[in-house]
Design a protein around this ligand. Structure first.
Ligand code: TXA
Ligand code: MG
Length: 341
């Protein structure tokens, strides 16, 4: 069942229905400020197993636990470090996920068998209402089939998961578009596991010392891949690459900055700044499939601010494409793949 509400409109009946469904062990997809999440009661092992089944997610890839408020942190974390307190005070509610020692009673399904837990308080009125109505911690990965681009609209959730979701709360497109930043907050300085919406620059303002990335369990897996190959290309090289592909009889799509002319490609998305690209990126990857292009050319962006997360996601989407493209120097044709309708 799909219930529609405005992005900032907290419908009490919808929140109550979603909260009751979660307490009942059902799967509820709901919006956050980053992407849509597929939620289940983090304390209900059977419900959490259904998340893995619905997504086709490897069981050793742990989930992020969502709370209505930082006050509930001691229910899921065994030890709250001074660093975690400082980061939570600065960035919650918001797109920062903290990894801490897990409460030992938390089901191993939720933690992916680790002794740590990833936890955040989302900054979205509807997410907050759903979580408050549930009254329990809610484990929620992005609400896509494993390996697919994360969903930034309810339509993306429905396309990937259909009736595997018991209730889908639709509050329109999400605002940020890329996922939360995941940091290890067990030590004295944050270690970035996954770049995301809270930039390294912002983390650096809050803590003098930010350690470079150590990959999260999820980074082992293929990610963000549409059914067509993706290439990341410098903005000023897009036109030449598109022309070269078109000459070989291939139809390129392009995600390009405003003002960049790419005559031989189907325009999939344009952006005026990296925040807009972050917001549009996953939708663009999905649109490239339905547009029937043979390859999607995406403009590279500088790796500063949220550009770091955008380039991380683009590279992963493009890595998946390399599976079919034998020559990463682009001398070879990308192989056409079937599109989904
Ligand atoms: O913005 C977001 O974070 C969205 C919304 C729905 O909150 N959620 C999301 O969840 O992106 P998911 O499951 O798609 O990504 C969670 C990431 C994965 O890379 C996972 O490996 C990592 O967080 N993670 C979860 N628990 C962890 C832990 N204990 N230690 C290290 N990484 C962890
Ligand atoms: Mg995900």
């Amino acid at each position: 069942m799909r219930l529609t509400v405005g992005a900032h409109d907290v419908d009490r009946d919808v929140a109550a229905a979603a909260g009751a469904a979660l307490r009942d062990g059902r799967l509820v997809a709901f919006p956050t400020e980053t992407v849509y999440g597929l939620g289940a009661d983090a304390w209900n092992a059977a419900a959490v197993r259904r998340i893995f089944a619905a997504k086709g997610r490897p069981p050793d890839n742990p989930l992020i636990v969502h709370l209505a408020s930082a006050d509930a942190l001691p229910t899921v974390a065994a030890a709250i470090t001074p660093l975690a307190r400082r980061l939570a005070a600065r960035f919650w509610p918001g797109p920062l996920t903290l990894v801490l020692d897990a409460a030992p009673e938390l089901p191993s399904e939720t933690t992916g068998g680790l002794t740590t837990v990833a936890v955040r308080v989302p900054d979205h009125a509807v997410a907050h209402a759903v979580l408050a109505a549930a009254g329990v911690a809610v484990a929620a990965p992005s609400a896509n089939r494993s390996g697919r681009p994360s969903p930034t609209t309810a339509e993306h959730v429905a396309a990937d998961l259909g009736d595997r979701v018991d209730l889908l709360v639709d509050a329109g497109p999400t605002g940020v578009g890329v996922e939360s930043t995941v940091v290890d907050a067990r030590g004295t300085r944050p270690v970035v596991f996954r770049d995301g919406a809270v930039t390294r620059e912002l983390l650096g303002d809050a803590c003098s010392d930010v350690s470079p990335a150590a990959p999260s369990p999820g980074s082992r897996y293929r990610h963000y891949a549409p059914t067509c190959p993706v290439e990341v290309v410098a903005a000023d090289a897009l036109a030449a690459r598109a022309t070269a592909l078109a000459r070989r009889g291939l139809l390129p799509g392009v995600v390009t900055p405003h003002g960049q002319r790419v005559p031989d490609a189907v325009e999939i998305a344009r952006f005026s700044d990296v925040e807009e690209l972050a917001r549009e990126l996953y939708g663009a990857l999905r649109r490239a499939e339905t547009a029937g292009v043979d390859v999607l050319l995406c403009s590279a962006v500088p790796e500063v601010g949220v550009g770091r997360a955008v380039m991380d996601r683009l590279r992963r989407a493009a890595t998946a494409a390399d599976v079919t493209s034998t020559d990463p120097t682009h001398a070879d044709e990308p192989h056409a793949r079937p599109t989904t309708g």
